[in-house]
Design a protein around this ligand. Structure first.
Ligand SMILES: [Zn+2]
Length: 413
């Protein structure tokens, strides 16, 4: 049944040796392929077939990987002798992901092969909570989601947590998050003190990049950029298959890149940031100046009224959204000119953001990138809900749990 608990003190310290790197690579290739024969693992990793055989038998005896009976292996059994394939053993570990957003916790439970076992949503008492209150709310939400499948929080090997804000993922440190009342907190360590499993913390846009890489539009793509649009604008950068985080965990602040000298005031305190033109508050600031509005309407009602007015041909409403989309196109063109990615994924959940995902925006971006005789980066639009953000958090935890489990093999070898 359940796998061996992952001891947190086994967390990788220092540089892993070559054998461990090979083990990690082998697991990653098996996971990526779904199921794959040993000889193909050797071909894909460049690790010798003898070493692959040794590593896979370690992984099988640790319960992380299992053989697929040849009759299930329809792909390769067409001709000749059927080859035994390997796959990740789903039951090896239970992994959870949680995405913290405005007043909501979205959770997902996955097994070790990435299959979703349960989803859950909990309401946060306040839009901004203390670290202790957040930890307590995550704990009770984990109790609820595990109960859905007859398990308990103690069965979870790893928890991934995605937060908006500036996060140092390696240190599990939150410099600042709009969801938390305090600054500069070691949230990962505090979560690990309160909960029985290993915890992995990251900025939510990085986790969307992780989800796109593992389950979404970026499977098999080594260099891509994900732009997320929610309350603010976020970005996840993947270079050579790895999320790029910057030195202080403050990289990829796409929303605060400057698109206008001495421009509109941003909530970060600076001027001319992209967010100061495209975020909810920026659109409402403009709408409040010259569009009639009901004084009792909520922010989201006022925003919706702006979108409706633009769709119905109101000139002012149209110019507000048009300026926001042109600024957004300018921001995207800057990203392309710096990174030259193969793929850009615009990832968001709300239909009302269509003005930012339009063909005109993508055409305007293409006009402003360096022109060469090669096709510009592909742009894909991927609309998803909060559960996919949570799945990104779970994917990140799954990588962490895998690293710990493989590390454990090395220690007990
Ligand atoms: Zn700013």
């Amino acid at each position: 049944m359940g796998g061996t608990p992952v001891a947190r003190q086994d967390k990788p310290a220092g540089t892993p040796d070559q054998r461990e790197v090979n083990r990690q690579q082998v697991v990653a290739v098996i996971r990526g392929a779904g199921q794959i024969a040993r000889i193909d693992i050797a071909r894909e990793t460049g690790v010798s077939p003898a070493t692959v055989t040794a590593i896979t038998s370690e992984l099988i005896s640790a319960g992380l990987v299992e053989e697929v009976a040849p009759e299930e292996d329809r792909e390769t059994s067409g001709r000749g002798r059927p080859r035994v394939a390997l796959r990740v053993r789903g039951a090896a570990h239970l992994v959870a992901g949680v995405k913290v957003s405005f007043r909501t916790l979205s959770l997902v439970l996955i097994d070790f092969d990435g299959t979703t076992l349960a989803e859950h949503e909990a309401t946060l008492s306040e839009p901004q909570v203390s670290p202790d209150a957040l930890i307590a709310e995550i704990r009770s939400a984990l109790d609820e989601i595990t109960a859905k499948i007859g398990r308990t929080t103690a069965d979870i090997s790893g928890l991934g947590v995605g937060l908006p804000g500036t996060i140092d993922a390696l240190e599990g440190f939150v410099h600042w998050s709009p969801s938390i009342t305090e600054r500069n907190i070691c949230l990962r360590d505090r979560l690990e003190k309160a909960l029985p499993m290993a915890v992995f913390l990251d900025n939510d846009a990085n986790l969307v990049a992780k989800a796109e890489q593992l389950f979404g539009e970026a499977r098999g793509v080594s260099d891509f950029i994900v732009i997320t649009i929610e309350q603010g604008v976020g970005m996840g950068i993947v270079i050579d298959g790895k999320v790029y985080r910057g030195t202080r965990g403050c990289g990829a602040e796409f929303g605060h890149t400057k698109v206008h000298l001495d421009g509109a005031l941003c909530r970060c305190g600076q001027r001319g940031c992209l967010e100061a033109y495209v975020s909810d508050y920026a659109l409402l600031r403009e709408a409040d100046v010259s569009l009639p509005s009901n004084a009792n309407a909520s922010r989201s009602e006022r925003l919706e009224a702006l979108f409706v007015a633009a769709r119905e041909g109101n000139h002012t409403a149209h110019t507000i959204l048009n300026r926001a989309s042109r600024m957004f196109a300018l921001g995207l063109a800057n990203i392309v000119n710096i990174f030259d990615p193969k793929l850009i994924i615009l990832s968001g959940e709300r239909m009302s953001r269509d003005f930012l995902y339009s063909d005109e925006v993508i055409a305007a971006m293409r006009d402003e990138v360096v022109q060469v005789d090669a096709p510009p980066p592909e742009v894909r639009i991927h609309k998803w809900g909060d559960s996919m953000w949570a799945k990104g958090a779970a994917a990140y935890a799954m990588e962490g749990v895998t690293a710990l489990a493989v590390r454990r093999l090395a220690i007990h070898a």
